[in-house]
Design a protein around this ligand. Structure first.
Ligand SMILES: [Zn+2]
Ligand SMILES: [Zn+2]
Length: 611
């Protein structure tokens, strides 16, 4: 009773919680932004203001609070409030009367999908790296006002909702944090599809013609993505925005969001068009796969701890399979390009020792340690881990071919569509079991789905790629047949001969013979080694099964090892045409069904340069 009375006196006519941000750049040249956040309708006596520690789509902790300073807090009348630090990423504020205004300086000099990049040419902001928020305000609407530098012609591109007074809004914290912002004099290209608008905000040093040509390619791959699912998602704000920076001082990255993507690269867009398009294709596919078709393990996303998901092989890996496939379906790349790219993924899955340690589900759960995570101690990931991007892309390829062969007329596209029907948005997230159920639904075979999950997804058995690829007129073959190999280990020339610069690979001849990272090999077959090429030419004189005598120095002193060379296990995928094999009509129709355009037949307008 007493508390209620106190509250009614302290907070007469308390407004609904809301937050207003004001962001300005008076010291952009030194990579600083000045940010104020006004929290109104603060019901709790102690307001816990925090900086995010993780960001959706990045799975390691990044501790964004490290670039926040000059932090102050005041009441509505400008009266200073007491700040207590409960943690390195939090500020507890007491003594307020329902309104708290915090102010801080943000430093940011890394323009990419995760951090903040501020300089005289732009501010490229991932909002978890830029904005504080407060506990209890997760469902509060946010308003953002940007003060662009005086004399600049910066504009704002974002999936935030523009208001007529020049501010932007987000209905809640999740939308706010999911909305990267590009402020610069970017080139703006737009095109409508049906009743939705597609926008390309391209910050680069090229011409408007390059921007327009690039927009046309984005349009083509976006249509192919829609072809997989049978239509576009309903974008929350009726538009989808590609925020693309191709500048020498940004950092290469691509990050998916619900209705936008942030893509950064360092080369000239003209030279990097195809590579950049691969990122566009991947990130746009995420508008369905991971942003709407959402694993339950990531929902709701926790901004204050590392989020773990056993489904990233599907969310990231299958997206990595569709990325190059959509470009091929759009007619922009060749089957050779596709075979080469997917061949690298299959090679790694078949030859890297990590597959024996973890299943692809368990690999996915390691994301917080490998997804742009930093640590100074050595890990054994070379022997225990394969990226869920790579592993998942190889699985996507193998399963697509397996479904097409076993269930004529069906494909991985059917599995994706079944997932979208059953899990159309984040309020109906999926589990591993849901993935298996949808595969059973798409193929009409529960035993098939169960076997795939038991052996190849929860299990560690690779698919039979050689036979699956044959149906498409693709050959899986050794890259260096008959060539002696002691391990794909990296060497460097050193004072004592040739040094092994990375952990030797489990199962390789060097590993079996007891050699390890930092060992220095001084002689091969009694011949002194002066540089890495000497070791390579010594190995090249041998055939698989031969014995090489290596003299080396390890931590335990001078040693001699007999290393039994193996055959280089590296594989690649090539077309039957390249292999000199016949491509019959059956292969022709298999390829047409797999690689032909699936773009919906819609009235398509040319992209138009707006600015
Ligand atoms: Zn920019
Ligand atoms: Zn991705």
């Amino acid at each position: 009773m007493k508390i209620i009375l106190w509250l009614s006196i302290a907070f007469p006519a308390l407004a609904a919680p809301a937050v207003e941000y004001r962001i300005s750049f008076p010291n952009a040249v030194h990579h600083e932004a000045e940010i104020s956040a006004t929290f109104t309708g603060v019901a709790q006596p102690l307001l816990e203001v925090v900086m995010s520690r993780s960001s959706p789509g990045r799975y390691a902790l990044h501790e964004f609070a490290k670039n926040v300073y000059h932090f102050t807090a005041a009441g509505a009348a400008g009266n200073p409030l007491t700040i207590v630090r409960p943690s390195p990423y939090g500020w507890n504020i007491v003594g307020h009367h329902g309104t708290v205004v915090v102010h801080y300086t943000l430093f940011g000099d890394r323009a990419d999908g995760t951090y903040a990049g501020i300089d005289e040419t732009h501010a490229h902001l991932n909002l978890p790296a830029a904005l504080v928020w407060a506990h209890g305000f997760e469902n509060a609407p946010a308003t953002l006002a940007f003060d662009v530098p005086v004399g600049s012609s910066w504009r704002v591109a974002s999936q935030l909702i523009p208001q007529s007074n020049g501010t932007f809004t987000a209905p809640n914290l999740e939308w706010l944090m999911d909305s990267p912002v590009e402020l610069s004099a970017f080139t703006s290209v737009e095109w409508p599809i049906q009743d939705q608008q597609f926008r390309l905000a391209l910050h680069h040093r090229g011409s408007q013609e390059t921007a327009k040509g690039y927009a046309k390619m984005c349009q083509s791959v976006a249509l192919e993505a829609a072809g997989v699912f049978g239509g576009f998602p309903r974008f929350d704000n009726g538009s989808y925005t590609f925020l693309i920076d191709y500048l020498p001082y940004v950092f290469g990255d691509g990050m998916e969001h619900r209705d936008s993507t942030s893509i950064t690269g360092t080369s000239d867009l003209k030279d990097a068009e195809t590579h950049a398009l691969g990122t566009v294709s991947h990130e746009f596919f995420h508008a369905w796969n991971v942003r709407r078709i959402r694993p339950r393990s990531l929902e709701p996303f926790d901004f204050e701890r590392a989020d773990m998901s056993g489904e990233l092989w599907f969310a990231e890996g299958f997206t990595s399979y569709y990325g190059p496939l959509l470009i091929k379906r759009a007619g922009i790349s060749t089957l050779d390009d596709l075979a080469q790219e997917l061949g690298r993924a299959v090679d790694l899955v078949l030859t890297a020792p990590g597959r024996e340690t973890f299943s692809v589900v368990e690999m996915s759960r390691l994301a917080p340690f490998v997804d742009a995570a930093t640590s100074i101690d050595t890990t054994n990931f070379r022997n225990t881990f394969i990226s869920y991007y790579t592993y998942g892309a190889a699985l996507g390829l193998g399963l697509d071919l397996a479904i097409r062969r076993r269930f004529p007329g069906k494909s991985l596209d059917d599995w994706m569509r079944a997932m979208w029907r059953s899990h159309p948005d984040i309020d109906r997230p999926y589990t591993l079991q849901d993935l298996e159920d949808c595969l059973a639904e798409a193929t009409g075979s529960s035993p098939f789905a169960h076997e795939i999950f038991t052996r190849h997804i929860n299990g560690r058995e690779p698919l039979d790629y050689a036979s699956l690829l044959a149906a498409a007129g693709l050959q899986l073959r050794k890259v260096h047949p008959g060539k002696a190999w002691v391990g794909p280990d990296r060497f460097e020339t050193s004072g004592g001969g040739v040094k092994i610069s990375e952990a030797t690979l489990r199962g390789s001849p060097l590993y079996a013979a007891g050699l390890e990272r930092a060992d220095e090999i001084s002689q091969c077959d009694g011949k002194k080694l002066k540089k890495t090429e000497d070791l390579r030419s010594c190995i090249a004189k041998h055939a698989p099964g031969d014995r090489l005598n290596l003299d080396y120095v390890s931590r335990a002193g001078s040693k001699r090892a007999a290393v039994i060379a193996a055959e280089d296990p590296a594989v690649e995928i090539i077309t039957y045409e390249k292999a000199g094999l016949a491509v019959d009509s059956q292969i022709g129709s298999f390829r047409a069904a797999w690689l032909g355009s699936k773009a919906p037949h819609l009235k398509i307008n040319e992209p138009v340069v707006v600015w």
